[in-house]
Design a protein around this ligand. Structure first.
Ligand SMILES: Cc1cc2nc3c(=O)[nH]c(=O)nc-3n(C[C@H](O)[C@H](O)[C@H](O)COP(=O)(O)OP(=O)(O)OC[C@H]3O[C@@H](n4cnc5c(N)ncnc54)[C@H](O)[C@@H]3O)c2cc1C
Length: 68
C-alpha cells in the first residue's frame, strides 16, 4: 500500500484526448518493445496496472504466435 501526502494530480484541458493518442503514436515504432505506465492511459495506479496487463497480454500473444 502506498500513502501519498494530500495532493491532487492536475490535468489541463485536452490532456485526456492527448493521452489517448500516445499508444497509437508509439505502436510498432520499435519492434518487440511493449510499453506500460500511467502515461499510456488514465494517469493513476489503476491506469498503470491496466496498461501493464495490456502489455503483458501483447507479449504473451506474440510469444504464442512465434512458438506455436
Ligand atoms: C502526489 C501524488 C498523489 C497521487 N495520488 C494518487 C491516488 O490517490 N490514486 C491513484 O490511483 N494515483 C495517484 N497518483 C498517481 C500514481 O502515483 C501514478 O499514476 C502511478 O504511480 C504511475 O505508475 P507507473 O508505474 O506508471 O509510474 P511510476 O510509479 O512513476 O514508476 C516509474 C518508475 O520508473 C523509474 N524510472 C524513471 N526513469 C527511469 C530510468 N531512466 N531508469 C530506471 N528507472 C527509471 C522511477 O524511479 C519509478 O520508480 C498520485 C501521484 C502523485 C505524484
Amino acid at each position: 500500500m502506498y500513502r501519498w501526502p494530500e495532493a491532487l494530480c492536475m490535468g489541463v484541458p485536452g490532456m485526456l484526448a492527448a493521452l489517448a493518442e500516445v499508444p497509437g503514436q508509439l505502436a510498432g515504432s520499435i519492434g518487440n518493445l511493449f510499453l506500460a505506465g500511467d502515461y499510456m492511459g488514465i494517469p493513476s495506479v489503476n491506469g498503470a496496472l491496466s496498461s501493464g496487463r495490456r502489455a503483458a497480454t501483447a507479449v504473451a500473444d506474440l510469444l504464442a504466435s512465434t512458438t506455436g
